[in-house]
Design a protein around this ligand. Structure first.
Ligand SMILES: [Zn+2]
Length: 117
């Protein structure tokens, strides 16, 4: 049993996500979206085969959403490379790390996102 009661070094939450970390998250995001896309593609074909038109439509909508996210992920990876990742183009401020943890591919901070819709 350790008597070392020192609190572990407070890992000060970094102000910015490191490019390495950002890339890791984005690649993870991309992989999971691609897997979703794959799953929807398979299920979508089945739905069409049995003429479940409603289901096929829902899946087409889901696929659109995922494809949009994938494009955003790609764009975010470009921003990681050019160093603009994590900076909001709307107000030039750093996007809070907490936000990037939830939405690693987001381009805008919350207030600017609301403005742009
Ligand atoms: Zn902003």
């Amino acid at each position: 049993m350790s008597l070392d009661t020192r609190t572990p070094p407070v890992e000060a939450r970094p102000e910015r996500v490191t490019p390495r970390e950002a890339r890791r998250r984005l690649e993870h995001e991309r992989a999971s979206r691609l897997a979703q896309l794959q799953a929807i593609g398979d299920a979508g074909r089945e739905a069409q085969a049995v003429e479940e038109a409603d289901e096929a439509q829902v899946m087409a909508a889901q696929r659109d959403t995922i494809e949009r996210v994938l494009r955003e992920v790609e764009a975010a990876l470009v921003r990681v490379q050019d160093g603009s990742y994590g900076t909001c183009p709307g107000c030039s401020k750093s996007i809070p790390v907490e936000r990037l943890e939830i939405l690693p591919y987001t381009q805008f901070c919350v207030p600017c996102q609301r403005k742009t819709g």
